[in-house]
Design a protein around this ligand. Structure first.
Ligand code: AMP
Ligand code: ZN
Length: 114
């Protein structure tokens, strides 16, 4: 989608520090990190919110999660633990309307989240 920030990062129109990419997903450093390690993992396919995920996307969403787990291993935070977050709509704190997983790690997470 032309006016979508994350579509433009996925296609290389807007630069980002890409840490992983394949045919289906792209991962990059969050521009405003909230932990020692803060990566954003997105599908190349434009899906606006969790509410827009279709049954046909199930495999893609599974892939998104497994790439997050792979990155956590590579960052050596898999054993100590990390957090995956996907915000939905304004009430959930979503600001970019192209679904993305936040991978946060390298510090102790607290609960409840803000
Ligand atoms: P959310 O609030 O869940 O929609 O998350 C959006 C995330 O995208 C935030 O953590 C932002 O810091 C991050 N972000 C916004 N613009 C960029 C960008 N140009 N490059 C990398 N991360 C970004
Ligand atoms: Zn998009």
């Amino acid at each position: 989608m032309k006016d979508c920030l994350f579509c433009n990062i996925a296609s290389g129109v807007i630069p980002a520090k890409i840490v992983y990419h394949d045919d289906l997903v792209v991962a990059f450093d969050d521009i405003n990190p909230q932990a020692t390690h803060h990566k954003i993992i997105i599908p190349r396919k434009h899906i606006a919110t969790i509410n827009h995920i279709q049954t046909e996307d199930n495999q893609l969403i599974g892939h998104l999660v497994s790439i997050a787990a792979q990155l956590a291993k590579e960052l050596h935070i898999a054993e100590q633990g990390y957090r995956l977050v996907m915000n939905c709509n304004a009430g959930g704190g979503q600001t970019v309307f192209h679904i993305h997983l936040h991978l946060l790690g390298g510090r102790q997470m607290t609960w409840p989240p803000g």
